[in-house]
Design a protein around this ligand. Structure first.
Ligand SMILES: C[S@@+](CC[C@H](N)C(=O)[O-])C[C@H]1O[C@@H](n2cnc3c(N)ncnc32)[C@H](O)[C@@H]1O
Ligand SMILES: [Zn+2]
Length: 139
């Protein structure tokens, strides 16, 4: 269980130009700083397959692979990390430490910037990436 950490930078959910809701920095975030943990229900890969199909019908991707056995489903018990959008050239990356998926800054992030990371989806390909004009990567 991850408790709120006052040392984490301030971020906020806002409407995004990429898609729906996104998460935005409210302060300058130095490179490699932990920003937010990706929380949710821990389920098996088998269980997540059914859930992912149901979520995709609504255009959502909430399941994040934790390791070869487990997946974190932010559709149940998720926090604001689930609103971080994908980008092919993102300003954040994910790192698993002791069973927690941390979203960290890939470079210095300026106040007001939208946070993004690469979903590294297995490519069901049902969603076309809109991270920049002309990007047609299948998520
Ligand atoms: C984890 S949610 C992110 C929050 C989402 N924007 C919302 O409002 O619920 C992931 C979903 O956001 C959308 N999304 C995220 N990044 C995207 C991108 N670069 N291009 C198009 N859709 C994106 C897709 O529909 C994806 O299934
Ligand atoms: Zn893209």
């Amino acid at each position: 269980m991850v408790s709120p950490d006052a040392a984490l930078p301030s971020v906020e959910r806002r409407r995004s130009g990429l898609h729906g809701w996104g998460m935005f920095a409210l302060e300058r975030i130095p490179k490699n700083k932990r920003i937010i943990a990706y929380l949710g229900e821990i389920v098996s890969h088998r269980e997540s397959l059914d859930r992912e199909l149901r979520y995709l019908e609504r255009g959502h991707i909430w399941c994040f692979k934790l390791n070869s056995r487990w997946v974190i489903d932010a559709g149940h018990g998720g926090n604001d990390a689930r609103f971080i959008n994908h980008a092919c050239t993102p300003n954040c990356y994910s790192q698993v430490v002791d069973g927690t998926i941390w979203i960290r800054a890939a470079r210095t992030i300026a106040p007001g910037e939208e946070l993004t990371y690469d979903y590294h989806t297995d490519g069901d390909g049902l969603i076309t990436c809109l991270c920049r004009p002309g990007c047609r990567t299948k998520l």
